[in-house]
Design a binder for this molecule. Structure first.
Ligand code: SPV
Ligand code: MG
Length: 670
């Protein structure tokens, strides 16, 4: 594609504005002239070759074009008789350099917005810009349209006509028909008419369709009045705001391409999704918000980067009131549909527009994403993430996993609600569930080697941080080894409980004999574990059993204080009461003295309390300790019974997961 810009005209109607340079060098917006704007737009659209016809002030024009330093190769062709001829003759002069390609033809005094140029260039057919909303001009070009084609262009046609602007995209075969006719005209001395007079003689063969730009900016500047009107419109166009939101931490060529497109609509504001929003909807970001923000700030075409705190755009749309929101068309269906609908309704409230570009899932980008996930599963990266998630979110949730498959369920389950997405932040490797899966009681019977095997199974197929239920931690001499092994594996935290002797599950409370450790012994175990620890992110969390063993609030608080002093990175307070009051009382009193140490709760009994309420009261980790086990095994029992009762498997079928669902949950790795 070659751009042909006609700049041989005298521009005499511009008065003093064209006394020292050609009309195209008139400023329209800031320091930008009609010509520098056209050339910039042409270059940005990816065109490399320009042919420019010149006349008066041709040296000024050539020097000016060179000073712009644009990535364009410009061939200047002077019309030696520019005073006596019209641009039909200038084209004739340039004919030899215009025969080998498609042509984007424009007059040198035409000002248009990026979208107009983009649409012209996207047209597969040859086209000319027209406007169905502008009234027919008295003296300027009009195009007569019949059966969807342009049949005549000139100033004298009024029937079946639309206002037309001299901006054409001409496929080579159409252009050569017109160019040959121009040649015919000029060689028979018809040099004072419009090039369109020649076009009108070949429109039966040269197929040009009208491209309706409606009210988009596409206007010629003939005189100072036009200049004032067009300059104001350019100002409005250039000040348009465009908004896009990104959650990604890996900017690839697909993102750059859509950013470039969006920036052509106006000043681009990029909303970067907050860490909290990314974690809840996608995966843990490889880069924190500040770095993702800096990444987008460094991309050319982005004029401002702001935080978007939720998947919903409402807050930012109401703050920045962009003229356009740009998004891929992938959100037309799926969980983001309500987000899109909200965007449309907010935009409609002030007259903004949604622009959607086709979105294609490309394999190379999917591979990048799966590489990111592999990175998240590496021990060093995974281990550090629990602390970071607590810092970022204030409250994190963990769901129990006791095998590869339950790990995958925790990893992949996402609940969508009103355009929001929620998922678990971490996994809890429960002693109760791990033992149950092995058909054994929860009495520290399953040894550490076997527990580590479970962790390994989970780790192999997941990326989320793991909190390990370390029971009592065993002998201090053994616990120090456990700490180092867990760190090496990439586990983020171990929780040990202050019990001693034969451990029983806490939910039995005082119904079974259970002994609480002394404060001194347990504190010493924590200190030994912290000393043995090799990495800075690993957490040892002290679990206080005072409320379970009915030792009272004072005892719980004294122990919490002592364990934190001994080096514990967090405290877990447990209760088996349905009523959350004692948990709330502990949290309130602990927080009065210690506003920072993370508090963990396991609301198996006090399960009516929401995560929001826990967060508000100062809890940092909520562990759903056994729900997959307690729902999964009854389903299996039921299936077994159904088959036994029916002497066949048919009746059990509707309770079964389909093979397709299994494949979705457990994809094969490449
Ligand atoms: C576990 O899940 O194994 C626990 C929590 O230790 S609880 O069962 O509530 O004691
Ligand atoms: Mg346990």
């Amino acid at each position: 594609m070659k751009a042909l810009i006609l700049n041989s005209g005298m521009g005499s109607r511009m008065g003093v504005l064209t006394s020292e340079h050609p009309k195209c060098m008139t400023e329209v917006f800031g320091r930008e002239t009609i010509l520098s704007r056209q050339l910039r737009q042409i270059a940005e659209a990816g065109i490399k070759e320009v042919v420019m016809t010149t006349g008066l002030f041709d040296h000024v024009l050539v020097n000016y074009c060179q000073s712009l330093e644009l990535p364009l190769h410009i061939t200047f062709v002077k019309n030696p008789v520019y005073r006596e001829t019209n641009y039909i003759y200038s084209i004739y002069c340039a004919r030899e350099v215009l025969r080998d390609d498609d042509v984007l033809l424009m007059h040198g005094d035409l000002v248009f917005e990026n979208q107009v140029l983009d649409r012209v260039l996207e047209s597969e057919k040859s086209c000319m810009t027209v406007s169905s909303t502008l009234s027919l001009p008295e003296k300027d070009f009009k195009a007569v349209i019949k059966e969807g084609r342009i049949v005549k262009v000139g100033i004298e046609f009024f029937n079946d006509a639309l206002a037309a602007q001299p901006l054409y995209k001409l496929n080579k075969e159409d252009w050569l028909l017109w160019l040959d006719r121009i040649t015919g005209f000029c060689e028979s001395e018809k040099v004072k008419c419009y090039a369109e007079n020649a076009l009108n003689e070949v429109t039966d063969r040269c197929r040009i369709v009208p491209l309706d730009v409606r009210n988009e900016l596409c206007a010629e500047i003939d005189n100072p009045e036009d200049l004032a009107v067009v300059a104001e419109k350019v100002r409005q166009v250039e000040n348009r705001k465009v908004y896009m939101c990104f959650s990604t931490d890996m900017v690839h060529s697909g993102h750059i391409a859509i950013i470039k497109k969006a920036a052509r609509l106006g000043r681009l504001i990029v909303g970067v999704l907050s860490d909290e929003a990314v974690i809840s909807y996608k995966r843990f970001p490889l880069l924190p918000f500040t770095e993702r923000k800096a990444l987008f700030e460094s991309i050319s075409g982005v004029s401002r980067v702001v935080e978007q705190r939720t998947l919903s755009y409402r807050e930012n749309l109401e703050t920045y009131r962009p003229d356009y929101v740009v998004h891929g068309d992938d959100w037309v269906s799926g969980f983001q549909k309500p987000v899109r609908e909200e965007v449309l309704s907010v935009l409609a409230s002030y007259g903004g527009r949604l622009v959607e570009f086709p979105y294609s899932r490309e394999e190379k980008y999917e591979k990048l994403e799966s590489r990111a996930r592999v990175r998240l599963s590496l021990p060093d990266v995974r281990r550090a993430r629990l602390r970071r998630a607590v810092e970022m979110k204030g409250l994190v949730t963990a769901m129990e996993a006791h095998s590869g498959i339950t790990g995958l369920i925790v990893e992949k389950t996402v609940a969508y609600e009103k355009g929001e997405a929620r998922q678990f932040d971490a996994m809890w490797v429960s002693s109760l569930c791990d033992s149950t899966a092995k058909g054994k009681p929860d009495i520290e019977l399953v040894d550490m080697t076997s527990r580590f095997r479970t962790i390994d199974d989970i780790m192999e197929v997941t990326t989320k941080p793991i909190i390990f239920d370390g029971d009592t931690g065993g002998l201090t001499e053994h616990f120090v080894y456990t700490v180092k092994s867990l760190e090496r594996m990439g586990v983020s935290a171990v929780i040990i409980e202050d019990k001693t002797g034969l451990k029983k599950n806490s939910l039995f409370g005082t119904e079974v004999a259970q002994t609480q450790d002394t404060i001194e012994n347990f504190a010493a175990k924590i200190t030994a574990g912290k000393r043995a620890q090799k990495t800075k992110e690993f957490m040892i969390i002290a679990r206080i059993e005072s409320l379970i063993l009915e030792q009272g609030m004072e005892d719980a608080l004294t122990r919490a204080d002592a364990y934190v002093k001994a080096g514990a990175d967090g405290v877990m307070i447990h209760s088996r009461k349905k009523d959350p009051d004692e948990i709330f009382a502990f949290v309130e009193q602990f927080r009065k003295k210690d506003p920072v140490t993370p508090i963990v709760v396991v609301p198996t009994s006090f399960n009516a309390v929401t995560e929001e309420e826990f967060k508000e009261r100062g809890v940092n980790v909520v562990i759903y300790a056994n729900q997959l086990t307690r729902t999964g095994f009854p389903a299996m029992q039921h299936a077994a019974e159904t088959i036994l009762k029916n002497h066949r498997a048919k009746e059990c079928d509707e309770q079964c997961m389909s093979i397709k669902e299994i494949i979705n949950l457990i994809p094969e790795e490449e």
